[in-house]
Design a protein around this ligand. Structure first.
Ligand code: NAP
Length: 502
């Protein structure tokens, strides 16, 4: 028996480290790891020990014999990786570095700002060092877990299981929360630096990008970041205006978030009911008249930003019809993503079955959101795809327009970081400039505010490792971290500040 990695893979590579026979790739440091949508098990080398299953924080690894029908495509997806990228000459585990040890004795206290996956993985990496005697995770909200709580779609139940890993991190007695604290407002960086040897900002990329087209601000046109917060019960989005009285909604953008939104808007409310979905949002979805969600991708199937595992999951939906709307010439490629889209395009759809549907429309851009008082639709232009000298495929608008009536328009074109009080900021990338996570000795970044809004939950593990390595360098060199004597003084001064234990 061999194991297979399936849809909810978060790519944190815990399984890679756990595997005693080095049969899971790409490993951290190997070519392609940084961009990998998932890791893959080599069935020919897997000894079926199950160490990877225990290590995986999101329940993504399944014995081949127990794969459900919808998981079976992952057999080929895992195997194909080894066809094109054989690892026969790898030295087992050569790429997993030994646990580094601090040279200075500490004690060191670290503040982490942001309790999402980047913040929690950073805490985890720091707590591997006994010299680190306190890691206090701050968050402006009263509940932790950031995007895992408020960003991951509620029907991705396995992905949300990563909170079990977070609970294990919290169980360390050196871990504390300061929730409901706005860093930059209630407490300044200067104050944190007085109390801690290092401050790590893991505040994510909480803003959305705008399309820059007329009508974008009309009621009924919302950002995916807000809509996703709404159905996940984010306190800032309780009052979001989500009109569901029209039979069509349009989602602009072709990433995984666009697919999440399309699934939740078309999903069976009874199937969503046992999930963590917000109760008010569920009630609204129960009354929804939406029958069709059109997902608009400005480029072609081959350029879609959504990942293969998420497309496999979408294709397996049984209560929704998935339809591909594009020039058949664009479905001629041989990548797995294009093959899958071609299979979906070839599937017969029974219009009498009355199912809701998701239309994946490619090579189409919105030119205006229409309506006067509220959204009434989207004006769409067909694009031709042109390959530039740099090899990048670009959309070029034609003269071919059409109008899509709709009551809800969701722009899902990526997140953007906001400036962080007291830190430098690069407005073009929406990130804080840094060197391997170091903004300045004693001040660091991790996660999306460091590297931009891309990757998966587990990507934050390697990202946190890099930042923590910089912190350790600075502690060891003395560039950051006070002496034990200073620490005692500061400890006495800060005793009045409440630290919530997990
Ligand atoms: P994303 O992956 O960056 O996708 C953004 C999409 O918006 C792209 O298709 C992009 O098209 C399109 N776009 C950008 N500007 C546009 C414009 N002006 N007009 C039309 N389309 C435009 O962003 P995301 O979906 O927000 O996801 C963010 C990250 O979270 C990604 O790394 C994603 O994989 C991850 N995520 C993962 C999961 C999961 O694993 N289940 C779930 C949700 C999110 P171009 O390619 O043409 O620029």
């Amino acid at each position: 028996m061999a194991y297979v990695v399936t849809q909810s893979c978060c790519a944190d590579a815990s399984c890679v480290v756990a595997c005693p026979v080095n049969c899971i790739h790409p490993a951290p440091g190997e070519p392609g790891f940084a961009e990998a949508e998932m890791v893959h098990i080599d069935a020919n080398s897997c000894v079926g020990c199950g160490a990877c299953v225990t290590a995986c924080p999101v329940g993504a690894i399944v014995p081949d014999r127990l794969l459900s029908e919808s998981q079976k495509p992952f057999l080929d997806i895992n195997a194909d990786y080894y066809d094109v990228f054989p690892h026969a000459d790898r030295t087992p585990l050569a790429l997993v570095p030994e646990q580094r040890r601090l040279q200075r004795p500490g004690p060191f206290r670290v503040a982490v700002v942001g309790s999402g996956p980047a913040g929690l993985y950073t805490a985890d990496e720091l707590l591997k060092h006994p010299e680190v005697t306190a890691v206090d995770v701050h968050d402006r909200l009263g509940t932790p877990y950031g995007l895992v709580r408020f960003g991951v779609a509620p029907d991705h139940v396995a992905t949300k299981q990563v909170t079990d890993l977070f609970a294990a991190i919290e169980s360390d007695p050196r871990f504390g929360y300061r929730l409901g604290v706005r860093v930059g407002v209630d407490v300044t960086l200067a104050q944190l630096r007085e109390e801690y040897d290092a401050v790590v900002y893991a505040v994510g990329a909480s803003s959305d990008r705008s399309l820059g087209i007329p009508g974008e601000e009309l009621p009924g046109a919302v950002a995916a970041t807000d809509l996703v917060g709404w159905y996940n019960g984010h306190p800032d989005q309780r009052a979001l205006d989500v009109p569901l009285a029209h039979e069509r909604a349009v989602v602009i953008g072709n990433g995984n978030v666009a697919l999440d939104v399309a699934r939740i808007l078309t999903g069976d409310p009874d199937a969503l009911a046992p999930t963590s979905i917000d109760r008010d949002a569920l009630a609204a979805l129960r009354g929804s008249e939406v029958r069709e969600v059109v997902v608009l991708g400005r480029r072609g199937p081959a350029e879609a930003a959504f990942t293969v595992p998420e497309l496999v999951g979408l294709a397996a939906l049984t209560d929704v019809d998935v339809v591909v709307d594009c020039d058949p010439a664009l479905l001629a490629g041989e990548s797995r993503k294009v093959q899958l889209l071609r299979d979906i395009a070839d599937r017969p759809v029974d219009p009498t079955a009355g199912r809701r549907r998701i239309v994946l429309r490619f090579a189409a851009s919105p030119v205006a959101v229409t309506g006067t008082d509220r959204v009434t639709g989207v004006r769409v232009v067909r694009n031709r795809l042109v390959t530039g000298e740099d090899g990048r495929v670009r959309p070029e608008p034609t003269e071919d327009y059409d109008d899509l009536p709709a009551g809800l328009v969701v722009r899902s074109i990526g997140f953007k970081g906001r400036p962080v009080t007291d830190l430098p900021f690069d407005d073009a990338t929406g990130t804080v400039p840094h060197q391997q996570g170091r903004v300045a000795p004693g001040v660091y970044v991790a996660g999306w505010i460091k590297r931009g809004p891309s990757g998966f939950i587990g990507t934050n593990k390697t990202c946190a490792q890099e930042t923590v390595a910089s912190i350790l360098d600075d502690f060891d060199s003395g560039a950051a971290g006070r002496t034990a004597q200073d620490a005692e003084r500061v400890g006495a001064n800060s005793a009045a500040m409440p630290v919530e234990s997990a």
